[in-house]
Design a protein around this ligand. Structure first.
Ligand code: ITT
Length: 198
């Protein structure tokens, strides 16, 4: 198994990346220093890719200092709601903490166009090169929370193509993976690793 150190404080993201990569021969582990997720600075930026690059650069430096080896991996994601001009976008994590799912549903109470998308940008450092992958999942914001699976905004997001209108919150990991932005971003990373022969 190849070792993949994932720099994240989000257990849901870690579980999904493990589920995706492990059958492909990667052992996904949290990137820890002295048993803690190291604190990295996320730049103010509207671009998930810029944020992901800033994080991987800091992770590379930390990996060197810590004397560990393995590939490192970061992934940045967010929910972009059409009629809220892409809000909460790159601020999805802090907005969720501040206003919760009920806050988002309240903001949208008068909005009839419910279109939105999840976006993810993944970056893997093999030790030699950086490999990027991006993924988008279109869908709609439901009128109320549905289901308790997954994490974050999953209970209010129903992906396009899901005929019964289930939210990610009503799906298991495998079913979510068939649609998700994260699975698409990771798939793209995997294809490029194959091309590089890594
Ligand atoms: P990191 O430590 O990896 O940065 P984070 O929680 O800050 O963890 P992101 O900035 O990538 O992660 O994600 C922003 C938020 O977007 C995340 O906290 C969730 O609330 C939401 N989000 C991202 N992907 C999601 C998904 O697949 N399902 C539901 N919500 C998601």
């Amino acid at each position: 198994m190849k070792r993949l150190l994932f720099l994240t404080g989000n257990a849901g993201k870690l579980a999904e990346a493990s589920h995706f990569f492990e059958p492909l021969g990667y052992q996904v582990e949290p990137f820890l220093i002295d048993g803690e997720v190291p604190i990295v600075i996320e730049p103010q930026s509207d671009s998930l890719k810029e944020v992901a690059i800033a994080k991987i650069e800091q992770a590379k430096a930390l990996l060197n200092l810590s004397g560990q080896d393995g590939s490192i991996f970061v992934e940045d994601a967010g929910l972009f709601i059409d009629d809220l001009n892409g809000f909460p976008g790159v601020n999805s994590a802090s907005v969720l903490k501040q206003i919760g799912l009920s806050g988002i549903l309240n903001l949208m109470s008068e909005i009839t166009h419910r279109g939105a998308e999840f976006r993810a940008c993944a970056v893997l450092f093999t030790g030699n090169e950086l490999v990027f992958g991006e993924g988008v999942c279109r869908g709609t914001i439901t009128g109320k929370t549905l289901g308790e699976s997954g994490f974050g905004y999953d209970p209010i997001f129903s992906p396009e193509g899901e005929d019964s209108g289930r939210t990610f919150g009503q799906m298991d990991r495998m079913a979510k993976e068939a649609f998700s932005h994260r699975a698409k971003a990771l798939e793209s990373v995997k294809k490029q690793l194959d091309l590089l022969g890594r």
